[in-house]
Design a protein around this ligand. Sequence first.
Ligand code: SF4
Ligand code: SF4
Length: 373
Amino acid sequence: MIYKEYGKTGEKVSAVGFGGMRFDLKRSNEENAGLIKYAFDKGINYFDTAPGYCEDKSEDIYGLAFKDMKDGFFVSTKGMPVKFDTAQKARDAVKKSLERLKVDKIDFYHVWCLRKMEHYELAMKPGGQYEGLMQCKEEGLIGHIVFSSHQPGSEIKNILKQDKMEGVLLGVNILNFPYRWDGVAAAYEMGYGVVAMNPLGGGMIPQNESRLAFLSEDGETPTEAALRFVIACPEITVALNGFTTREHIDTACKIADNAGSFTDEELESIKKRLGSNMDKACTACGYCDVCPQGINIPAYMQHYNDKQIFGSNDEKLKKEIGFSHGWGILASSSARAGDCVECGKCEEECTQHLPIIERLKELLVLENEIYKE
Ligand code: SF4
Ligand code: SF4
């Protein structure tokens, strides 16, 4: 296992983290807790959860495991500023999580799910969530206050510049990294911890291995390549995996045992391979970020990729786009597909020469259906 310094916190965390949002609920809580203990024995020391995950059972499952585990692991959980909007509510939420997790301290507490700057401002208002978390920190109930974000890199940078948070959790993987990288790189360069969620694109990568064979090197599978990417990039401190089997844990640990550091040349090589193998697909390079209407074109084109490359049907796409507007990357911008004035600037810049305007029109039909329903 590789262990990395989490930013400036002085904590040494495993490059592979256990993400607690995918427990198999057909199993008993004890069985799922056994998987956590197995991961700990294999060298994983970073365990992430949140209230509400897995039908609200995740924190309890961790609690079952933690009461049997000796010291030497880090606990991460979360609270949303929109839900816990006063210092008192934030303190109560921390205490509830501590009770369920059966620990005395939450090492990394996330101001959860920032989708726009207003969410950050809400957390930071006098008497708000951050104030309550700082009180908890002073009492030793929290180790470090960090945040999870679905925002563009520029907003992540702005938050980190305030120097109130000690690290960030965001969704980055081998397919979307060109577009998400500025937030990751900025956090790394400023000396903050970066935790990557969703390393397998929500299951898209293992489900489409034959289409993504170009991602692999030296006999590895595309899934292994995707895991190696998040584990071995120095900019990423911890790669969260939602393990459901011991075999998944073994695979990730084996990669962490053998992976050398990912170099800038390798990143460039993947970018090129994304460009040359994803014909007529968006490679998330971000060069189209010129829209006078402020439309988040790469985000829309990533949704189109789901249809074109991964065969998502309209219903699935509508669900994903709706989620994206509510909770994901599209939430930080008010501009929608329908705001396109067909100026053509984005198509001039597109490295893949994609018919962006036509694709936005197709997505607009779905978007209109979402908001009609
Ligand atoms: S064509 Fe539409 S999406 Fe592209 S830059 Fe112009 S307004 Fe924005
Ligand atoms: S320039 Fe083209 S390929 Fe690159 S992010 Fe924009 S739409 Fe995707």
